[in-house]
Design a protein around this ligand. Structure first.
Ligand code: SF4
Length: 481
């Protein structure tokens, strides 16, 4: 074997008191590590969110120097980009450093410029590519990589996307830790979390979507694992809460029903969370099976209350269909979180602020709002570029002469505060304990012990940002938005 010991490193560091960002494993990196298993002597998987003593570059450097002969790092997100570049720049230059992930694919040139130790960047999905690198195939013959050669960066052609059934699921024995909810380092509710990927891609074509379109502009066609392999993987997971990280677990309704049947038949007692489209409301038999199988929460992309915007985003439904769907969905003991996009092309402030009112009208449990982003290959780019007064930053943020970043940020906070009133938090708690039974009563009691700490941490954060009084006003006078 060319390499004896590979380090697979998840480089994000989380210092917040509450660890919501630490709940789930680094699925993408774990998939790549699993596919590398037979091609390297030993694999060490390190998640820096949990490896406090290695977050210092000096300790990480000496750990690597001792025995590692190749390093693979995943950079999937915008956040901490600079910090990660700084950390990678401190790694030993004589150990090959391979970087991959969504963000790394998007910023290949920049990463080569800012991080001298990077030798290869794996663009797009990395499972097949990493095997070829570890086998020692000449770099010029490996699809989907960019690499340094004679002081220049060479970009090889893209790699076609593989069928998902050829990909090995993660080896959970490589983990050094469980994934849990903790506050100030104290584990709460004794709940463990994990994620499973049953399919990649999505058959829909929402124009803003970056899930089904990778940063190379390749559309990920829907590709699903066999139901048996998914059920078998679920059977061997210890965690109590499992997130299906599929773009849309219910893209194939019959297959989704079979997964539920398998979970029920094999008596797999877990609490499941999944992303879905609201067309799921048309399938009551599936919804019943989901409840029986333990599906407790669905994350739904609703995007907008306005038909004009929904059509612009090519969402495939209108506001009347959203209202009808929720009349059905709200009959089932499932928690619904809705994603909304604001700052769309041509959207007025009043239209953006209506999101909160609309969410209350349809009876959704919680919302998450995001500003519209226009990625490099987004089908919305042409429309944004030709619409007078609209601009796109290098990072893909859309703003206009009328609505600057700061104004949009303010609007986003107003939407959030007008939805999340104190009574909303009570409703959320009630639904999760008495309706969906996501949490047991005992778990909630154990959570109540840390609630004062959570409030203190949040107040501290608001004071630090200089907006504590503002937050108080918004919380108690929220409907005046
Ligand atoms: S349904 Fe969801 S995953 Fe599929 S294209 Fe639309 S936004 Fe993307």
């Amino acid at each position: 074997m060319k390499y004896k010991h590979a380090l697979f490193l998840y480089p994000y560091i989380e210092n917040h008191a509450t660890s919501v960002m630490k709940l789930f494993p680094p699925t993408g990196l774990e998939y790549v590590a699993a596919s590398a298993k037979d091609y390297v002597g030993k694999i060490t998987l390190l998640d820096l969110r949990y490896e406090k003593e290695l977050t210092n570059p000096v300790s990480l450097f000496s750990f690597i120097k001792k025995e590692i002969d190749i390093i693979c790092v995943s950079i999937g997100w915008d956040r901490q980009f600079k910090e990660i570049c700084d950390l990678l720049s401190c790694l030993p230059e004589d150990v090959p450093l391979i970087v991959g992930g969504y963000k790394a694919t998007e910023t290949t040139e920049e990463l080569f410029k800012t991080c001298p130790p990077i030798k290869i960047i794996v663009r797009g999905e990395g499972e097949e590519t990493i095997r070829e690198i570890l086998k020692g195939i000449p770099l010029k013959d490996i699809l989907g990589i960019s690499y340094r050669q004679d002081g220049k960066v060479v970009h090889n052609p893209n790699r076609p996307l593989p069928a998902v059934d050829t990909i090995t699921p993660p080896d959970r024995s490589l983990r050094n830790n469980d994934y849990r909810l903790s506050v100030n380092g104290v584990n709460v509710m004794n709940l463990t979390f994990d994620s499973v990927l049953s399919a990649r891609g999505c058959p829909y074509n929402c124009k803003f979507c970056t899930f089904s379109l990778n940063p190379l502009g390749q559309k990920r066609n829907y590709s699903a694992r066999s139901v048996d392999s998914v059920v078998e993987e679920l059977e061997h997971i210890d965690a109590k809460v499992i997130l299906f990280s599929d773009d849309n677990l219910f893209a194939d309704i019959q297959r989704a029903e079979k997964i539920c049947d398998g979970i029920i038949e094999h008596k797999i007692k877990k609490r499941f969370v999944a992303q879905a489209r609201l067309e799921i409301a048309k399938y009551p038999r599936l919804l019943e099976k989901m409840v029986k199988a333990g599906f407790k929460a669905l994350l739904l992309g609703i995007e907008s209350p306005h038909d004009r915007i929904l059509a612009q985003l090519n969402k495939g439904f209108d506001s009347a269909m959203i209202r009808e769907a929720f009349k059905v969905l709200n009959k089932y003991p499932i928690y619904y979180n809705g994603y909304f996009i604001y700052g769309n092309i041509g959207e007025t402030k009043e239209e953006m602020l209506y999101i909160s009112q609309f969410a209350k009208e349809i009876g959704i449990d919680s919302i998450a709002t995001n500003k519209l982003r226009i990625e490099k290959f987004s089908p919305l780019r042409a429309l944004a570029e030709k619409t007078p007064g609209y601009h796109i930053t290098e990072r893909g943020e859309l703003y206009s002469d009328m609505y600057s970043h700061a104004t949009l940020k303010k609007i986003g906070r107003t939407i959030k505060f007008s939805f999340y009133t104190p009574s909303r938090y009570v409703k959320i708690l009630w639904k999760n304990v008495f309706v969906t039974k996501f949490f047991t009563f005992g778990e909630i009691i154990s959570l109540s012990v840390v609630i004062p700490r959570l409030i203190a941490a949040s107040v501290k954060r608001e004071i630090k940002k200089g907006r504590f009084i503002d937050s108080l006003k918004r919380t108690f006078l929220s409907n005046k938005a």
